[in-house]
Ligand binder design. Structure first.
Ligand SMILES: [Zn+2]
Length: 498
């Protein structure tokens, strides 16, 4: 069965057929007025899972996720905080990228900023004017909605139906109240760019058309974004782009459901949101990933602690199974169990809840065979299958990492005993035991284990046992953990991801 994706444009599940060798994906990213909340991360997670699955199927993929780094809200923040809009934007972009990295969200090929694509934006606006789809009025440029016959195709509504429910910005400059701005004249004190229509800045919708076409070509494969963007944002993107090029714009339109908080859409503008960094204080990245993937991307997720705790215990079931000692060496090149079912689930519009349920079925199957010698190999193959699927779904290797570190610790402990350093071991291991008892979550184990090894190493350095200290440094480096010694005796580490 080939990959099928639900296309909002046709309201149908369609077989995925790419236009070119490289699949082009554009995702409407953040307006970077603040740090990311859970709703933002869900949209990024969908780009992540779509990209991962396409790569798994053997496609080459180019992904774009834009940042709207200049708009009314950021300009408002500039006035409030007396900080330059560029600093506000870059600061929030950094926070967003860091959160995505923590969550192992695959990086977009390019993260274009609106402010860095003014030439493309101005050229597109000019093209629309030249073709009679846009007009200039006192430095503003407006798009003529009614001139584009297919307006409303994505929403499946007529212009009048759409506009009846919309908040229309009144303006004496518009020929028709439904027209929208593609270029706005700068007000005093606002950031501006020079254009044929005077000093100004782009409207929000035109940015996405200009940047997507610049990188992916005038026609590309997949456009994604939250369902709240269907109208007016995506409707306007389609109208502008097709009006300018007379070509199909994006072929597949994928829209993710909102994350709701007490039934309301999570949004920065209403103050109704939960920051991702807050969430990551209590839940590990793998738990957050599981929580988000437990719902198919088109459905809404109600944000609740109960659901997160459910995800946490569900994740422990998987982690508990995989941490068995017998799974240190797993068979390679096996055909994973239930591969057809897993592939079918993912090909069915990225049905991640179904794909996860296959992992849980495997855990149950493996646990049923626990302690029976004759099933030892099968249990190992089940473990290998689970890991195979977890990797496809973007879960990180924290479980495996813990085990790698345990091996280093065991070797260090044996070496300490051999060198009659039981006293040192007792001192440090005593503290370690206290820390160990207070662990609430699997994810705390990793930094704790490294700190234990660094503490042992520091004691050895103080005793001028550099040979042993170096042994620990080298062993950690084998596991991609690099130790750096500061001038005042403290040590830090950095984990180098594969
Ligand atoms: Zn957009």
């Amino acid at each position: 069965m080939a990959l099928k994706l639900y296309n909002t444009l046709t309201r149908k599940l369609e077989e995925f057929v790419p236009k070119k060798d490289v699949v082009g994906i554009y995702t409407c990213g953040l307006t970077v007025q603040g740090p990311p909340h859970v709703g933002h991360i869900r949209a990024a997670m969908i780009r992540d899972i779509l990209t991962r699955w396409l790569l798994h199927l053997g496609y080459k993929v180019a992904t774009l996720e834009n940042f709207t780094d200049v708009d009314d809200k950021i300009i408002e923040k500039q006035k409030e905080n007396k900080t330059d809009w560029r600093i506000i934007a870059e600061d929030n972009i950094e926070k967003y990228i860091q959160a995505c990295d923590k969550l192992n969200i695959i990086k977009a090929t390019v993260y274009p900023r609106a402010s860095q694509h003014m030439e493309e934006i101005i050229n597109l606006v000019q093209r629309l004017i030249d073709k009679g789809f846009a007009y200039e009025k006192e430095g503003d440029v407006y798009f003529k909605v009614r001139k584009f016959p297919d307006y409303g195709k994505l929403s499946k509504k007529s212009v009048d139906e759409l506009m009846a429910g919309a908040r229309i910005e009144p303006s004496a400059l518009k020929e028709d109240p439904f027209d929208f701005a593609v270029w706005k004249a700068a007000k005093p004190g606002e950031p501006y760019w020079l254009s044929p229509w005077g000093k100004g800045r782009p409207g929000w919708h035109i940015e996405c058309s200009a940047m997507s076409m610049h990188y992916l070509g005038e026609s590309f494969d997949i456009h994604t974004g939250g369902e709240d963007l269907i109208f007016p944002h995506h409707e306007n993107e389609i109208a502008q782009s097709i009006a300018a090029t007379d070509k199909e714009f994006a072929h597949y339109w994928l829209h993710n459901g909102w994350v709701t908080l007490r039934g309301e859409k999570m949004a920065k503008s209403t103050g109704h949101y939960f920051l991702i960094d807050e969430l990551l204080k209590d839940y590990s990245p793998n738990i957050v990933r599981l929580y988000l993937l437990k719902t198919q991307y088109r459905n809404q997720i109600e944000f609740s602690e109960e659901r997160l705790d459910e995800a946490k215990s569900a994740y422990s079931r998987i982690a508990d199974y995989l941490k068995e000692k017998e799974f240190r060496e797993l068979p390679k090149d096996i055909k994973p169990f239930m591969l057809d079912e897993f592939t079918e689930a993912m090909n069915d519009d990225l049905n991640t809840p179904k794909a996860l349920s296959i992992i849980f079925d495997l855990v149950t199957k493996g646990n049923e065979k626990l302690g029976k010698k004759e099933y030892e190999n099968e249990r190992k193959e089940i473990a290998a299958s689970i890991k195979y699927y977890l990797t496809i779904l973007g879960f990180t290797e924290e479980i495996e990492y813990h085990r790698e570190l345990m091996t280093v610790f065991e070797d260090v402990r044996n070496k300490l005993r051999k060198e009659h350093k039981n006293k040192l071991l007792d001192d440090i291991a005593g503290d370690f035991l206290d820390d160990f008892m207070s662990i609430k979550d699997e994810s705390e184990f990793f930094p704790m284990m490294i700190n234990l090894l660094l503490r042992i190493r520091n004691r050895l350095r103080k005793e001028k046992n550099f040979e042993f200290a170096d042994y620990i440094r080298k062993r950690l480096a084998e596991h991609r953990i690099h130790v750096y010694d500061g001038k005042t005796g403290e040590s830090t580490y950095r984990v180098e991801l594969k």
